[in-house]
Ligand binder design. Structure first.
Ligand SMILES: Cc1cc2nc3c(=O)[nH]c(=O)nc-3n(C[C@H](O)[C@H](O)[C@H](O)COP(=O)(O)OP(=O)(O)OC[C@H]3O[C@@H](n4cnc5c(N)ncnc54)[C@H](O)[C@@H]3O)c2cc1C
Length: 709
């Protein structure tokens, strides 16, 4: 279908109609592809690997939505939004999060109709499990392989459009650079066929980047080994700003491996798994020989309301600190994640992850507690995006007989601005988009944000491609295109002809070690400044590589070496963001600035690439974030007074009473969004998804608050 034109441009025969390019075939990319095709525009879908192998396939635990069963427990879409905002320590944008939470039930219904095999209860309802940052069961799941089931469901829908000729898939093509016209608007991409190594331009009137996270800048992470962040870095170097690159999620429960870290999903704790260490430091008995009363369930003690399901940044720091005090297993860097006490039926729901543990450690976690430690897992930051907040005056969708929402309650459906970067026509969806998760992502919200981006904002992309005022992509000056292709060809030529002394894979390992030491669980100015210097030297050494394969057929060395330089540039933005944000917020914990400082830092870290900048090849500004729906509040998660718990431990006889008192004095009332005070501040939901779940919410909410009083 694609033909090379005289200037080498790959395009369709009919060039008079707008087209859209989607880069990335994970959940975000597939959802976008389906939505744009449904809106009537042809789509070229690019992926480095077969789309069904995209990293989304690894997602385990589930996807959040307030369905009718959750709403019968008193949960609501509003509360889902509220939990997401406080989970993100208010660094997320409120209108997009509102819209996402309200679309969530519809998305689940749609996926169900697409054939995704969600677990069911005996009554035939979709089953729900608990997940971090919530006290309500609102996570839908398909065993512990939810991502795979969702991806396969959306892949089928994509194939339908492919069969109708609306979608053209380019698997094993690597995105290299966005094509921008003279006005700075995006008009296509330059990509490389990873088999023939041919570099070609492809034109489009809108481009969606759905290229996932950047875990590989940390060397080892729970992410797939193609998650380099290279594509995001290239967009950044071409003029797209980054948002909050310093916000990296370290997941509390993973198993370290030689090649990568493997996740033990939060679903293990959601189904009742407990985290503990021996109460006595240095106790080296087998875990099954340590009786219950000689175990320290440190998360449950300190956060009695949420227990093992506090948000990930909090659980991670607690595990980190317990190990730092020498109280980890055998005094080392591991704690137990224990599901041995759960009923067989519950263990069966976790089979997909338990098999992974057994395969990589040799122990059967059904019988013996798992040994786990935190690992880099997710990137909340990414490409900076914009949106158009909901405005009832401009709402053409809500039928006249239905009440409209208030301003800022969501986004304006179909507005071209939704999730467009600062480069016109260039969009960012899914994990590469920084908009939804702020300073910490709640478990099971990532899959939702990916699919929501595709399904909700896909229409925005189609509208931009059809209606943008600029010249169509087909009229782009061929010189711009030829110049960009020549630059990419020159990069390959340079990489294959280098005769330096540095092995790119060793440099990458060094980068990973440096980033892990400087910018994960606890950051300090001094260590970050050291990392700044190290990145400078790595950047220089990456210019003198020696690669083992210089051939021009399926050369993975070239692809990796090119991505290495891009990873270093991205890491610089991450380190500079970490240095500039002199406070602690969510996953970004600065030992030297342990408090959240809203006056100075309640804002997006907006990073602009600038090789002329004095440090880190970038310039940073903090862009204020409006809070039109939920006012900022402290993030305590019902934490008990540690002094009280310590005292209680010293007096074993009184321990129970003391702990109960500590729990009573904090606990439930301090949960975000459900405590009496916070409910007063919270506007009640005005709009529900198709769950019918919000009827009577006001009464239920009042009753709920008075129950607790
Ligand atoms: C082990 C694990 C378990 C998880 N479990 C859950 C869970 O239970 N619930 C939840 O909500 N979240 C979970 N997450 C997070 C979630 O899986 C991811 O955030 C999400 O799948 C990202 O989807 P995506 O579509 O943005 O990107 P991805 O699925 O990573 O897809 C990226 C796509 O971009 C393509 N690509 C990348 N670079 C290029 C390039 N240069 N050129 C061309 N193509 C390119 C890739 O080929 C791929 O198709 C989990 C994460 C991990 C690591």
């Amino acid at each position: 279908m694609f033909q090379a034109t005289p200037s080498g441009i790959g395009s369709t025969k009919d060039r008079s109609h707008p087209r859209v390019i989607v880069v990335g075939g994970g959940l975000a990319g597939l959802a976008a592809t389906v939505r744009v095709a449904e809106a009537g525009l042809p789509v070229d879908l690019f992926s480095m690997i077969p789309v069904k192998r995209s990293h989304s396939v690894c997602a385990q635990g589930g996807i959040n939505a307030c369905n009718k069963v959750a709403s019968q427990q008193g949960y609501s879409e509003w509360q889902h939004m509220d939990e997401t905002l406080i989970g993100g320590d208010f660094l997320n944008h409120q209108p997009p999060v509102y819209e996402m939470a309200h679309w969530a039930p519809k998305i689940i219904n749609l996926l169900d109709r697409c054939g995704v095999p969600f677990n069911r209860t005996a009554e035939g309802e979709r089953d729900l499990r608990l997940f971090g940052g919530s006290l309500f069961k609102r996570t839908h799941f398909a065993g512990a392989s939810t991502g795979q089931q969702l991806l396969y469901g959306l892949d089928e829908q994509t194939r339908r459009w492919e069969a109708e000729g609306k979608v053209t898939k380019h698997e094993f093509w690597e995105f290299l650079w966005p094509i921008l016209d003279a006005d700075g608007a995006c008009k296509g991409i330059v990509a490389q066929d990873m088999r023939s190594m041919q570099i070609k331009p492809f034109l489009a009137d809108a481009v969606v980047m759905a290229t996932g996270g950047c875990g590989l800048v940390y060397g080892k992470s729970t992410m797939s080994v193609i998650c380099t962040g290279g594509a995001a870095s290239r967009c950044y170097q071409a003029g797209v700003d980054l948002g909050n690159p310093e916000m990296i999620q370290v997941h509390p429960t993973a198993i370290p491996g030689e090649d990568k870290c493997r996740l033990m999903s939060e679903s293990a704790r959601g189904e009742g798994g407990r985290v503990w260490v021996p109460a006595k430091k240095g106790d080296d008995r087998h875990p099954l020989e340590i009786p219950e009363e000689e175990r320290n369930y440190f998360l449950e003690e300190k956060y009695p309301g949420y227990g093992n399901l506090v948000p990930r940044d909090i659980a991670t720091r607690e595990i980190f600190w317990i190990c730092e005090k020498g109280e980890g297993i055998g005094g080392g860097n591991q704690v137990y994640l224990d599901i041995t006490h759960l009923p067989v039926a519950t263990k069966n729901k976790l089979a997909a992850i338990l098999e992974i543990y057994e395969k990589f450690t040799g122990d059967d976690p059904r019988e013996v507690p798992m040994k786990i430690f935190p690992a880099v897992h997710y990137s909340m930051g990414g490409l900076y995006t914009t949106y158009e907040a909901y405005d009832p005056e401009r709402d053409k969708i809500t039928p006249a007989h239905q009440p409209k929402r208030k301003p800022n309650e969501g986004m304006l459906y179909g507005d071209p601005k939704n999730m467009m970067t600062n480069v016109p026509g260039l969009y960012a969806f899914g994990e590469v988009n920084y908009a939804y998760h702020g300073a910490t992502r709640l478990g099971a919200n990532a899959l939702l944000s990916c699919i929501f981006d595709g399904l909700f904002c896909g229409l925005s992309v189609a509208n931009h491609a059809r209606e943008h005022g600029g010249a169509p992509a087909t009229e782009l000056d061929p010189e711009i295109v030829d110049d960009l292709v020549a630059k990419e060809e020159a990069k390959v030529e340079r990489i294959t002809s280098m005769t330096g002394e540095n092995n790119p894979y060793e440099l990458h390992a060094e980068l990973g070690r440096e980033m892990t030491m400087a910018a994960t669980v606890v950051k300090t100015e001094q260590r970050l400044l050291e990392a700044r210097e190290k990145l400078k030297s790595l950047g220089e050494r990456a210019q003198s590589l020696k690669i083992s394969d210089t051939g021009l057929y399926t050369n993975q060395n070239v692809s990796f070496s090119r991505a290495l330089s891009d990873m270093i540039v991205y890491s610089q933005a991450l380190i500079e963001g970490s240095i500039a944000r002199k406070e602690s917020r969510g996953s970004h914990y600065r030992d030297d600035y342990p408090e959240r400082l809203d006056e100075d830092f309640h804002g997006t870290t907006r990073v602009r690439y600038d090789p002329a900048a004095p440090e880190g090849n970038c310039r940073i500004e903090f862009e204020p974030i409006p809070s039109p729906l939920v006012p900022l509040r402290a993030r305590s998660y019902g934490k008990t007074d540690p002094a009280k718990v310590e005292k209680a431990k010293e007096e074993p006889g009184e321990q129970k009473a003391e702990l109960t008192e500590a729990i009573a004095s904090t606990g439930y009332d301090q949960q975000p969004g459900v405590g009496e005070d916070s409910t007063k501040e919270m506007p009640l939901p005005k709009y529900s998804g198709d769950t019918g779940g919000n009827e009577g919410f006001e009464e239920r909410n009042k009753a709920h608050a008075s129950d607790k009083a």
